[in-house]
Design a protein around this ligand. Structure first.
Ligand code: PEP
Ligand code: MN
Length: 343
């Protein structure tokens, strides 16, 4: 249930509600808002508890929360959350975020050169995996800690915040020391101990949809992170597996407006993994912007033919520049904010 306090409720009245909820053996989650405070209780709540709380001074109403995800739900938090990655805000009312970079950190030179190109094109943040989840154990699996050092150097050089993937709970501290945002990849969307671990630290989390996950499962995974206390979660649609074989995945454009309706969390689109083909990235990126995405995450490489992973879906610097010049036009055409990064 969601206990909505009256606008004029005092601190003592809020504390009394919290204490009363605890007497029923339920964990209250205070949700301070701009105008009034609400207190959530998630899990099973008895009718007796709801009635007892509803009669306390300062309580406006007690609303049942029907969705299985709670803190991620618009029922509980109606206004859009803006998540800060470095100094950039991602979410409603903010300029569209464009997170770009190589699939993997493969070398210092490629990473720094790409970071400079992303910066010059007006990108918001640099992406690149130091720890790579690969389908085959014989593929390049990233440079690990050395890759993190290269990412830190790229940030020092360009000022771009860093988004990079973490694969296991034991690496969370090391990755969080460098990253401005921790990426949870599609393959780990339901790795619950990893979700708990990133929920217990303070860096924002970019959570990608699993390739066979429903939208509700994605939101329930976000709930794991939120429930551990980290309220800075960005969702990402990156394509799902279907019967179609001409593309690597089928980018689910439905997910974008649907997620914006169900949740207050920012939603990004990844047209690189969503299509698997560089020549489909720009059109699908523009469709996602038109559908309401708060930003994009795209793969870019100075020489896609030589990339150690995902070269075929990587944009060249020229393609990235071209995409970023047309994104604001589409945003403007559908009545959305029309800048890519804050200037
Ligand atoms: C990635 O972003 O490099 C990646 C591995 O993506 P996904 O988890 O969506 O496959
Ligand atoms: Mn990739």
């Amino acid at each position: 249930m969601l206990v909505v306090m009256k606008r004029e409720a005092t601190r003592e009245q809020i504390d009394a509600v919290v204490e009363r909820i605890k007497e029923f053996g339920i964990e209250p989650v205070p949700l301070p808002g701009a105008e009034r405070t609400a207190i959530g209780t998630f899990g099973t709540t008895s009718r007796a508890a709801a009635e007892a709380v509803e009669s306390l001074p300062g309580v406006a109403e007690v609303v049942p929360v029907s969705r299985p995800f709670k803190l991620a739900s618009r029922e509980v938090i109606a206004t859009d959350t803006v998540v800060r990655v470095g100094s950039a805000g991602i979410g409603a009312g903010q300029p569209l975020a464009v997170i770009a970079g190589p699939c993997a950190v493969e070398s210092r030179d490629v990473t720094i050169e790409t970071a400079r190109a992303v910066r010059a094109a007006g990108g918001t943040a640099l992406r690149g995996g130091a720890f790579k989840p690969r389908t085959s154990p014989y593929s390049f699996r990233g440079m690990g800690e050395q890759g993190l050092e290269i990412l830190a150097e790229a940030r020092a050089e360009t000022g771009l915040p860093i988004v990079t993937e973490v694969l296991s709970p034991s690496d969370v501290d090391a990755v969080a020391r460098v990253a401005d945002c921790l990426q949870i990849g599609a393959r780990n969307m339901q790795n619950y101990s990893l979700l708990d671990a990133v929920g217990e630290q303070t860096k924002p989390v970019l959570l990608k949809r699993g390739m066979s996950a429903t939208i509700e499962e994605l939101l329930l995974s976000a709930e794991y992170v939120l429930a551990r206390g980290n309220r800075n979660v960005i969702l990402c649609e990156r394509g799902i597996r279907t019967f179609e074989r001409y593309t690597r995945n089928t980018f689910d454009v439905n997910a974008i407006p649907l997620l914006k309706r169900l949740t207050h969390l920012p939603v990004l689109a990844d047209p690189s993994h969503g299509t698997g083909k560089w020549y489909l990235v720009a059109p699908v990126a523009l469709a996602a912007v038109a559908a309401g995405a708060d930003g994009l995450i795209v793969e870019v490489h100075p020489s896609p033919d030589h990339a150690l992973s995902d070269g075929f879906q990587s944009l060249t610097f020229e393609h990235l520049r071209a995409l970023l010049s047309v994104v604001p036009e589409v945003a403007r055409a559908v009545g959305r904010y029309d800048r890519v990064t804050a200037s």
